[in-house]
Design a protein around this ligand. Structure first.
Ligand SMILES: [Zn+2]
Length: 579
């Protein structure tokens, strides 16, 4: 299969088509814009198939009319096609992230949203957030708000959504029911759909029988063959009914941007699917097709679990006489042990990572690094770099392994980038201040550790070592904010020369000539160690670390001294000498 990189130039596309034709290739495989072509044979089959269907007294009366609210397919095709292919530049890129508000946003959802966002921004397009809430029984309170807020937090807000509005709203499916019923009525009218009066009891029996025979349960399409009079009688009697779409046996192949040419003979293996339920709500199949068409969605980037359903959706587009979008199915996200990343694990929700201090850019970087869609993988890409480097043709079909153990390292790299950015760092200082107030409350009395420049210095000293600002309020860094209580006896036990060491260090600090860096201090401490008779350099470090921090481990003594500042170091050492 030929894959051509995202084409934004009409001329290039046309040239490539000429080359492929010259080579005798069936057609150019333009990754971003192919409109599946429906052969005359396929369409004839479709029509013949429905000629057998008596479940529609109005069939063929107006078979080519477009559905209310949907694009006129003839117009779209005539303005956008070159032998069936279309380039990105010719069609406004509009993509959507369409989650169900049946749970809070998790890593898998964030990745799908991100890939849509990247694709939209790369092509100057529009990123839509649509809530698919037609399964009202599974809606989780607050999930809809969580999804949009989380996208905003992650820095990938939608351009059109329920809260932001847009030209093609409403952006919540339960508020669009009239569109689906109009589409279903139109499909009945054109003979592509039919009323199904089967009771739940009958459907259950069908299922049981199939399972008993060791077969996959499927609807037997019985109501497709009901006589028109029977249908009218049932409707007149007010019998409960659903509306089913009549699938065709033939699989019309389509080109998926990730999986290549794909075709599934859904009509051969599945029964006709319900498109409008008894309660007037659509199923996913109808709702996503009607909405994507109505919202002029040009490209659908969604989970690979929908790949086999796409043939069904393309049949629906065909029947509705509207242009389907181009599809790109994204492979699954897996745990390192190969198991599916499950929402039930709890710790894959974005709110969990947020609470843990994860930076949004680190999460985005991690979920794109573990998968594909880029020429190369590297740590530290920011959102602008993700947009410019994203390459949909580089997405591979095999599942992506997400190793969350790498998150602290990604967070560390991105935290360092924030610390090195003046404006962002100011916000971090405020965050540390808040954390300090929350963590130590009244304990901070002895000096002004909440000083902006002091926190700023600490952040810069520790930027290569901390993966979250929360680390700074953990016990190992408590010495930065509280004076330790160290007794003279503790130091005496370590070396009888402790007094000399401390006195020496204070002399160095007071006698230095403006220089106060970890390197300068380390060199001076080495010189002090050389003058001692009984204490090695490593022990000198241990004594000073204990004196200054009350701890036996931590950063280098030179760094500790610079972080605390010369006055505070002298103050702490003086207190020990006087103790
Ligand atoms: Zn039926």
């Amino acid at each position: 299969m030929i894959k051509v990189c995202v084409c934004v130039c009409v001329c290039v596309c046309v040239c490539k088509m000429v080359v492929y034709r010259f080579l005798g290739v069936g057609g150019p495989v333009l990754v971003t814009g192919l409109i599946p072509r429906f052969s005359a044979r396929f369409y004839n089959n479709l029509t013949n198939n429905n000629n057998n269907n008596n479940n529609n007294k109005l069939k063929n009366k107006n078979p080519v009319r477009s559905v209310s609210g949907l694009r006129d397919a003839t117009h779209t095709l005539s303005t956008h096609t070159h032998s069936g292919s279309v380039c990105v530049a010719e069609r406004e890129v509009r993509v959507r992230f369409a989650p169900s508000p049946t749970g809070f946003l998790h890593l898998g959802g964030l990745r799908t949203a991100l890939y849509n966002f990247l694709f939209a921004k790369q092509h100057g397009g529009t990123f839509i957030l649509r809530l698919e809430d037609t399964d009202q029984s599974r809606i989780v309170h607050g999930a809809a708000q969580d999804i949009e807020h989380t996208l905003e937090w992650a820095g990938i807000p939608p351009d059109e959504s329920a809260s932001r509005g847009g030209v093609y709203g409403p952006y919540v499916q339960s508020e669009r029911l009239s569109l689906y019923s109009a589409a279903a009525a139109s499909l009945i009218e054109s003979g592509h759909a039919y009323y199904c009066f089967c009771t739940n009891h009958r459907l259950e029996l069908l299922k049981k029988e199939a399972l008993h025979r060791g077969q996959t349960p499927r609807y037997d399409n019985r109501c497709r063959h009901l006589h028109a009079d029977q249908v009218q009688e049932n409707l007149a009697q007010g019998k409960p009914h659903a509306i089913r779409f009549g699938l065709h046996a033939e699989a019309e192949p389509f080109e998926d941007l990730v999986f290549g040419w794909t075709g599934h003979a859904v009509g051969e293996v599945e029964g006709d699917p319900v498109i409008l339920k008894n309660d007037g709500f659509p199923t996913y199949h109808l709702a996503n097709v009607v909405d994507d068409a109505h919202m002029h969605v040009s490209h659908v980037l969604r989970g690979a679990e929908w790949l086999t359903s796409t043939c069904k959706h393309l049949q629906l587009y065909r029947a509705l006489r509207t242009t389907p979008p181009t599809y790109a199915h994204l492979p699954l996200l897996l745990n390192p042990d190969g198991t599916k990343l499950s929402k039930r694990q709890g710790d894959i929700y974005i709110s969990h990572f947020r609470q843990q201090g994860a930076l949004p850019e680190a999460l985005l970087d991690l979920i794109t690094n573990c998968g594909s869609g880029f020429n190369s993988n590297r740590i530290g890409r920011n959102l602008n770099e993700l947009i410019s480097e994203f390459n949909v043709s580089k997405i591979v079909t095999h599942s992506a392994v997400l190793d969350l153990r790498k998150l602290p390292e990604f967070n560390r790299v991105h935290l360092q980038q924030r610390i090195e950015d003046g404006l962002q760092c100011r916000l971090l200082v405020d965050e540390v201040k808040n954390l300090l107030t929350l963590t130590y409350n009244d304990l901070i009395q002895e000096r002004d550790v909440l000083d902006h420049n002091y926190i700023l210095r600490v952040l810069h000293m520790r930027k290569r070592h901390i993966s979250s600002v929360k680390d700074l309020v953990s016990p190992v860094y408590s010495y930065l904010w509280l004076r330790p209580s160290v007794s003279w006896q503790q130091l005496e036990e370590m070396s009888s020369e402790s007094h000399d060491i401390i006195a020496h260090v204070m002399l160095v600090i007071k006698g230095r000539n403006g220089e106060y860096t970890p390197e300068f201090l380390t060199a001076e401490l080495k010189l002090i160690a050389k003058t001692l008779k009984k204490t090695k350099y490593s022990s000198v470090m241990k004594i000073l670390r204990l004196a200054l921090t009350g701890q036996q481990q931590g950063p280098s003594v030179g760094e500790i001294m610079v972080s605390l500042g010369e006055d505070e170091v002298c103050c702490r050492l003086q207190r020990i000498l006087e103790a």
